[in-house]
Design a binder for this molecule. Structure first.
Ligand SMILES: [Zn+2]
Length: 285
């Protein structure tokens, strides 16, 4: 696992076991705040030990940016902390959490000791959180999933974005337009840096360009799939498409983005063929 320090009191942990997923720790005199908890105990435990060694008052809050396993499975290592998330995050985990964890344990070695621990403090749109010298603003940023939130560190203008910002916008389980809207919103926040849910930190100078590229990508793949559908082509043609055709790169996250891209296209194809007319999709731009 990689650890880096982004400011005096903020450390980022990046997994080397799963898709470069990140977790963030904010230290204050009154205790620490952990944002996301990584999927594998080996790494979650390493992070928990680091935080305890450097925070005499322990971990006061854990914030989950959304319900996906790679962001919540480590919750059980922070028993003393209150866990905060969007209302839908708790709901999703209540509905499918235990079943998904059981399936994951059957398939993936290394998860044996994981226990599901649910958020107990939930919100819908926005919430403030003060601890020590830090003031955080938790903001609903749906699209990757319906329950997605970002954590804005006031003062430093750092956004811990969860999967609302990742090397390729990914909405196969969410909603393309919602994600586009969330990216626009992040674009307007005038940020110093963005801690992505997966991959490297984005710095001030590159943020507008990266977000514009992501927004363009979301429009471009919609147009591409609409054309495939209008020409009556089968979904199998989508398989050969590359993120580069819509301005993104295939390289990040060890190439995983190619799969994310394909899943995005399939999702659009299904939406356009099953539920709504292409005209409606195009009109909703
Ligand atoms: Zn996710």
């Amino acid at each position: 696992m990689r650890r880096e320090r982004i400011s005096e009191d903020i450390h980022i942990f990046t997994s080397e076991l799963y898709a470069h997923v990140t977790a963030t720790v904010i230290f204050t005199d009154e205790g620490a705040i952990v944002v996301d908890t990584l999927p594998f105990p080996a790494e979650s435990r390493e992070m928990a030990e680091f935080v305890r060694a450097h925070s005499p008052r322990g971990v006061r809050f854990v914030i989950n940016t959304h319900f996906h396993a790679d962001h919540v499975y480590g919750n059980y290592l922070f028993r003393d902390a209150a866990i905060i998330a969007h209302r839908q995050c708790r709901q999703k985990l209540l509905e499918i959490g235990e079943e998904s964890l059981k399936a994951a344990k059957a398939e993936t070695p290394g998860l044996e000791e994981v226990e599901l621990v649910l958020p107990t403090i939930v919100f819908d749109h926005e919430m403030g959180l003060r601890l020590g010298h830090r003031l955080l603003r938790l903001i609903h940023l749906p699209g990757h999933t319906e329950d997605g939130i970002g954590v804005l560190v006031e003062g430093d203008r750092i956004l811990i974005a969860g999967d609302a910002v990742m090397p390729l916008p990914y909405f196969a389980w969410g909603d393309r337009l919602q994600l586009r809207h969330s990216l626009q919103r992040v674009r307007e926040m005038n940020l110093e840096s963005i801690i992505q849910g997966h991959g490297d930190v984005l710095l001030r100078g590159e943020i507008p360009e990266v977000l514009d590229r992501h927004i363009h990508y979301l429009d471009c793949i919609r147009d591409y799939v609409a054309e495939v559908v209008s020409q009556g082509k089968p979904r199998s043609v989508l398989k050969s498409s590359l993120p580069e055709e819509c301005g993104e790169s295939s390289i990040p996250l060890d190439g995983l983005v190619r799969q994310l891209h394909y899943a995005n296209l399939l999702r659009l194809y299904e939406d356009m063929t099953d539920q709504r007319s292409i005209e409606a999709i195009l009109a909703s731009a």
